[in-house]
Ligand binder design. Sequence first.
Ligand code: GLY
Ligand code: MN
Ligand code: MN
Length: 449
Amino acid sequence: MDADYTDKNPALGALYRAHLKTITARHDRALEQAGAGHAVIYSGNPRLAFLDDYHHPFKPNPHFVAWLPLTELPYSYIVYTPGATPVLVYYQPHDYWHVVPGAPDGYWTNHFDVRIVHSTEDVAAHLPEDREKCIAIGEFDDETLACGIERINPTTAVNILHFSRGVKTEYELAVMRLASGRGVAGHRAAEAAFRDGRAEFDIHRAYCKAVSHTDAELPYRNIVALNQHGAVLHYTDLDREAPGALHSFLIDAGAQVHGYASDITRTYSSGDARFQALVDRMEQQELAIVDKVQAGVDYRALHVEAHRMLADVLVEAELATGDADALVATGVTSAFFPHGLGHLLGIQVHEVGGHQRDETGGIIAPPSGHPFLRLTRVLEKDMVLTIEPGLYVIDMLLEKLRGTQAQSHVNWSAVEWLRPFGGIRIEDNVRVLDGGRENLTRDAFAAAS
Ligand code: GLY
Ligand code: MN
Ligand code: MN
């Protein structure tokens, strides 16, 4: 049976009440810290292109999405007062230019006091009268949309909400499993299109069809990279023509369900046995790091460990010589692997709060020499994060090694060999458990095969 991605899905409905309990408890703490009585969470609004009357794709406020599976409901507000049923001011304009949100209907409706408004001017009447007791959470392009609330996104409150969102509820985990399954369906279709010799553009279209997303619905722009394009970390160009000679395929693409993302990367060889062996070795490395994920582990240590493991791979593949410590210390591994090992995942692909020390907002900096690491926290049960080690030929970075101590460690002729293949990245989405982990991505691939 096809997966049910709708907000009528009974399995999600059964988990939603407990999810709301967690969300309200977080807001209780946030309000207490901020010394406020009501939280007003704005869904956001589409933005116009400069000098134009077309809108950029609408991106909802992640704070709003944490409450409700409604990602296409601009100009709407949740009003939360501890102890009271939350109010949802549901904006349903009289608009014959666009499709407007339909009648509220889903497993969430019973948990809200839904008030339909047809004009933004009618919102204010549904907010608590004493605006000084309110905090507003969201992005307000036009201050009238804050309806007279002056305390917007107070750091005391948002630090609590950002930090706590790192840990997922059972409901969120169920939604993210669906997002993983959806993304895997796209990956399988994309691999088939690659094996068929299709152009990047056509592979991308096969992916979008399989996940049933428009480009705007994807959680991030697909990276569909044939051959050397795999070395461009955020390659999003989509060549319309298939290359004359096919070497490799790197695809980093996700899907979403109710605003929660998957973020999956796979790399394939088109037949070259030496490159396939290197992909296999990188996959072993990736799985070995995944196997270290569990509650209590410092993610910074995993990132550093990934560099040591990559050093071993580079030596085995004869891309470099020397011991692991030297290859890390001289910057060889960083030239081949210049991004972080991964990040928190959820409503945002790079979920906020990855550097936060605790709910008060202190920062844990990335280790020196690794500024791009987006997650520096100690892992807690039910965090969801990515593990995505990589290995690329990025000439701009490798050239910087010339004339340094690192130069003699690099086997430059092997680099020449690898260049046409671009690079390798393998990325899984992993839930942290006490003494273990759940690999959402591998489970979804296993269920699909
Ligand atoms: N797809 C973006 C990332 O892997 O972080
Ligand atoms: Mn990622
Ligand atoms: Mn990715």
